[in-house]
Write a protein that binds this ligand. Structure first.
Ligand SMILES: [Zn+2]
Length: 254
């Protein structure tokens, strides 16, 4: 099935100097990343909110680490999908292109995107809660029990933003800057309800970006979007990209 895109969207994208893709859980779900809500096994009895917070970690680091080790192992075996791969190609297509993601699974970088801002951290990274030394998954998962810093013996934690924590300031500021200078802003696979991240598409729109939402179902953002493309990003993005490539070739004809 071939999708039709509006002339306006194609023209906006063809002339865009700066494009931002803002991604959420839907993009990961298309790769098979579980939501870890109501999932099977022993974790069924815990809500993510109960484990993904600093207090829970300090109270019971064994339990929180057991949960993260399980998540890390599942995610390590998951592959980026066609949506991720198309965003890599788009990075090469536009003079400026950024991915702002709320996902922690590292799939954008693994696909090959280089200009990625991670608002909620990255599950493949870890750091010491005492001295800040970073650790890879390999370094922590090979330690028996709760991983500890080799320099100061402090507790190592996953480099993800937990409930009640601030977003990383650098990533936030760079995301806002990218959003506010975007000509086209693509909001992809996100329910647009988790603040403050959810405010980013509207910041882009208020600064003049053409706001496009790609999602299997409407969200609170849909009414504000200039266009709503209903469906999976793994289906829509490759078609959109192919259409843009065709358009460029047409323009280059004598
Ligand atoms: Zn340390």
């Amino acid at each position: 099935m071939s999708l039709t895109f509006s002339d306006r969207l194609i023209s906006r994208l063809t002339n865009a100097q700066s494009v931002v893709a803002f991604t959420g859980a839907g993009v990961s779900a298309e790769s098979g990343v579980p939501t870890f809500r109501g999932s099977d096994g022993i974790w069924k009895k815990f809500k993510p909110e109960e484990l993904a917070n600093f207090e829970a970690f300090m109270k019971n680091p064994e339990l929180v680490w057991e949960w993260y080790s399980a998540r890390k192992k599942i995610i390590a075996n998951i592959e980026p999908n066609r949506g991720h791969h198309t965003l890599v190609r788009m990075e090469q297509m536009f003079p400026r292109f950024a991915v702002i993601t709320q996902n922690i699974d590292n799939l954008h970088r693994r696909a090959g995107s280089t200009n990625v801002f991670e608002l909620h951290g990255n599950i493949e990274r870890n750091y010491c809660t005492k001295c800040g030394t970073p650790y890879t998954n390999e370094e922590v998962l090979t330690q028996a029990g709760v991983p500890r810093c080799l320099k100061c013996n402090g507790l190592i934690r996953p480099d993800v933003v937990w409930f009640g924590e601030m977003l990383p300031e650098d990533e936030w500021e760079q995301s806002v800057r990218a959003a506010e200078s975007a000509d086209v802003f693509l909001s992809i696979g996100t329910s647009a309800i988790v603040y403050p991240a959810a405010s980013i598409p509207l910041m882009a729109k208020h600064q003049g970006a053409y706001l496009v939402e790609i999602n299997p179902e409407p969200t609170p953002l849909t009414d504000q979007a200039d266009e709503f493309l209903m469906g999976a990003s793994g289906a829509i993005l490759p078609e959109l990209y192919a259409r843009l490539v065709a358009e460029r070739q047409l323009q280059q004809l004598p």
